[in-house]
Design a binder for this molecule. Sequence first.
Ligand code: FE
Length: 290
Amino acid sequence: MSQSSRPVTQIVAPEPVVEGAGVHLRRSIGTRRLDNLDPFLLLDHFESASPADYKAGFPYHPHRGIETVTIVRTGEVRHRDSLEHRGTIGAGDIQWMTSGSGIMHEEMPQVRPEGIAGLQLWLNLPAREKMTRPKYRDLQADRLTEAKLGEGANVRVIAGEASGGRLLGPVEGLAVAPKFLDVTLLPGTAFRETVPRGHTAFAYVDHGDLRFGPEQTAVHGPALVVFGDGDIVEASAGTGGGRFLLAAARPLHEPIARYGPFVMNTRAEIEQTLQDLRTGNFIRDEARDE
Ligand code: FE
């Protein structure tokens, strides 16, 4: 049976947002227009060479019920948390944090000549895992499998597998089976990759002019490209090439109750979260490193 190419169903222009203590971002998931793409809850693109846009950072704040994935392309983000975990996410590195029942942390982009660039994605946790132990995966650039696929596609595998299982990313075994590929296409080249049928899939193009899907829909970055169902995602690059994050995951089909950095299933669980914060019961467990 021939494999069907996933059609482009929506192209979303990121909205300018000011978040944290004054960081200027482009948000494409988690807006009034697109509340979520189950199980993806938020997608922020930060990129600026002007310190005023990013240096205020994200001072101490809590999270519960989600995973936050931070992909740094340029510059450096320092972080520390309520559980004595601290470190630096540098260019090419990724931090995959499972907030579980609760974590307080700060994320501070450092002022550097090259500025800052990267993405932050929030992935929902299934109801049964929302109150699990917090966990960090600090994925240094050299831990990521990187390969040339076909002609001119450079792929870094962050989560799941790629190329029919020949490449494996460091993040596996999660309930929503995420597949995250960081893809760079040289001018005039093409890329195709299987994505499990029924899973939600999108591409976020930070730069370049690319074409996606069976209709070769033209997309100019920055833009979020949402795919309908099918077996494979196809992309090709025009004369300038381009870069995108391909992300796919199994939808949860569970109710979403969100309030800022907390995402639970019911309003009552959000109320409980706020009460836990007021009464000093928010932090429950030590984080584990992996
Ligand atoms: Fe955070």
